[in-house]
Every structure is written in structure tokens, then in C-alpha cells.
Design a protein around this ligand. Sequence first.
Ligand code: CTP
Length: 424
Amino acid sequence: MYLPGLAQYTLYHMVSLTNKRIVVGVTGSIAAYKSAETVRRLRDAGAEVRVAMTRAATEFITPLTMQALSGHPVHLNLLDAQTESAMGHIELARWADAVLVAPASADFIARIAHGLADDLLSTLCLAARSPLAVAPAMNWQMWDNPATQSNVARLRERGARIFGPGSGSQACGETGPGRMLDPQDLVALLAGMFETGELAGLNVLVTAGPTWESIDPVRVITNRSSGKMGYAVAAAAMEAGARVVLVSGPTALAAPEQVECIRVMTAQEMFDAVMARVDTAQVFIGTAAVADYRPAQAATTKIKKTSATLQLDLVRNPDILASVAARTPAPFTVGFAAETVDVERNAAAKLRAKRVDLIAANLVGQAGSGFEADENRLVLIDASGTTELPLLSKLRAARELIHHIAVRYHAKNPAENPRLAHRQ
Ligand code: CTP
């Protein structure tokens, strides 16, 4: 589908906010009424939103409105036992993938430019390691004042993004720069901050989830894969600008928007779906926990418990990853290795045996990492060495993995994007 102009731009950017955690900071400005719409649009774009408000902001819009729209209690002050015990401000700062202060008053900009931490929102801005975006809203003369301009320049120097302000008629009746940008523009700009463009123009094929191998009409052989890692990899590849096809075994997850999702049940179906698409893929990432074996013959009717023991004859399933890597030409091929012991040694052996470009290994069978968990600790192994990632949310781990893949893909195919080949 071709969407001309801004519609396409907006849609494209909206997509990449899927699963993003955004803290919206609201400060005292008449434009605070637009914050309600900003929160709605961020959520429509797939983001998870928490709101922090200054005391002045609550004079313009009620915390209850923002709570209803964000779906979470609003963070108001440092000494509020209830919100602080649910998620303290430091925890909130860590939780955020980005902080968007919209509207940002002249006073608030001045305070964070000077590193003040005299209320919850300014403390959060100081504590956050994630990107900060600020959408100024004020009278045009306040915006033009050298004091404000130098505060804004100071924030920019430190890496903050300044969204706007727009120009036009102001609440005070005057005309000039200082209007907060409209919510849909803020959402598009925010989404743009997450895009790396590292895989722009490439087709990425991802497998995810478990497979189900039928024993009889009601029973299957499967495993504990939730699909979370594979879906995160698909979302991260989207963010990096790729066109993504996700071949997924049975999971309870919704596919990231704009990712083409092909649902399959068995390893053979997954193999067929992959083979039908692999010729147009430049990158293949096999995160699926494919069942290595399937019953030689699935019973056509439900097996009854007539004997004390039951034997099933199993036959090998095709190895999707190895089959993709064996093609000529093969895409840049990435495998996952779920190991319970000797992670690096086993993964390195898999790298060689399956002749893949990169293996992402993880330790499974431990609480808090691997199957079903929301976090993962990956070790990335390729011919040039080993990179250990810390324990990260699966989306963050996926982003690191995608960056790693992009660097190596472009090093291997320098003609396609000489600019990115030099990135390390
Ligand atoms: N894989 C695949 N097709 C299979 C089995 C595995 O594509 N039939 C892929 C997985 O998606 C993963 C990688 O191979 O990317 C490693 O899978 P894993 O189960 O860890 O290892 P195996 O190769 O199956 O070896 P083993 O079970 O002996 O550890």
C-alpha cells in the first residue's frame, strides 16, 4: 500500500513505537491540555506510557485524566508513598526507553538545564539514562529570551532533543514561536528517535516460538518457548528499517504492527514457509525453538490409555537454520542456541556445524532468563569472537543483537551501504 506524504511518514514512525516505554512529563503550561491527546496517540502507536506531572501542571489538567488515559497512577511528588512504593522515581527513570516532557515550560527547561532536582519530574530527568525529548510551550517573547535560548542550547549540547516549538497564534492572543507541536507530530518525532536505519531497505526473515508436533488429534510435542525473544527481534529489525517477515509457531503474542506474520504449527510447515520466502531475504534470524523430532505417524484418533507404558516413534525434523545457511547464495544467517550448560562451547560448536554467520546463545533452564522470561542474557558468537551482553529486557537485547547483525552484515556486504559498513 502506498501512502503519500505525511500519512506514510506518520504511519511508518508510529509503527516503531511498539512496546516502547515512554515517560510523559507534563509541566505547567496552557498546552498541558494537549498532553491527554499525546498520551492517547502514544498508546495507539503501541507505546506503554507512564505520566509524571509537576504541581503546576495539575492546575491545567487533572492527574485523574492522565491516569485514565495512561492506564497507570500518575507520578506527582517524591514523597507520595503510594506511587513511590508501586514504582519509585529512580525505577521509573530506569524503566523508560525515552522521556518526553510535553509541554515543557520555560521554567522547567531552565531547571533541568541547570541540573536541578527539586521535584519528581526534574529528579527523574536527572536520573534517566534514556533519551530525553523536550517540547517547549511558552509565550514567544519568553522563547526568544536569551536566557531560554541558552538553556535550550545547553540541553541540546547534552544530547536532549528539542521538538519544536511551532509558530502561530498563542493562547495569550499574540503570534510567534512557542506553540507546542501537535501530539501526532510529537509521536512521529519520538518514534524517529528510535530508528537507526541500520537495516534500511533489507528483507529480514525471522522464525519464532515453538512448534507443535501432533501425537494424535489432541496431543502435541512442544517446548516452553514463548516466542517473546523472536517477536522482540522482529520489532527491533522493523525499528532498524527492515521489511520483516515473521514465521511464528503457536504463541499467545500479537505480531508487531507492520511485520508480516505467517502462523504455522509444525516444524515442516515452518520449514516450508521459510523456504518460500528465503530467496528474497538478505538476513535470516532463527529464534524458533523448533522441535527436533516429530512422531513418525500421528494417530488419527485419540490414543487411549490402555497400556502401562507407551512408546512413540520419533523421526527427525528438517533443520531450518542449517538448510538456510547451506543455500547459495545464503542470506546472512543467525541462529540461536538455547543451552543448559557450557553455553559458549556448545554455541561455538553450533556455529561451525550449521555454518551460520552468528549464533546468539543463551542459558535456559534458569529463573529470570531464557524461555518464558521477560529478560535475556545473550552471548553473541561469530568467527571474529564473542560479545557478552548484560541481562536485558528481551526488546533491548533484541536491539543490541540487531545492531550487532547490521554491523557484520554491512562489513560482509560493503557495496550495499558503504556508510554503515564503517560503523562499529
Ligand atoms: N533450528 C532450526 N530447525 C531445527 C532445529 C533448530 O532452525 N529443526 C534452529 C533454531 O531456530 C536455533 C538453532 O537452530 O536458531 C539452534 O537450535 P537448538 O535447539 O539450540 O540446537 P539444535 O541444533 O537443535 O541442537 P541440540 O538440540 O542438540 O542442542
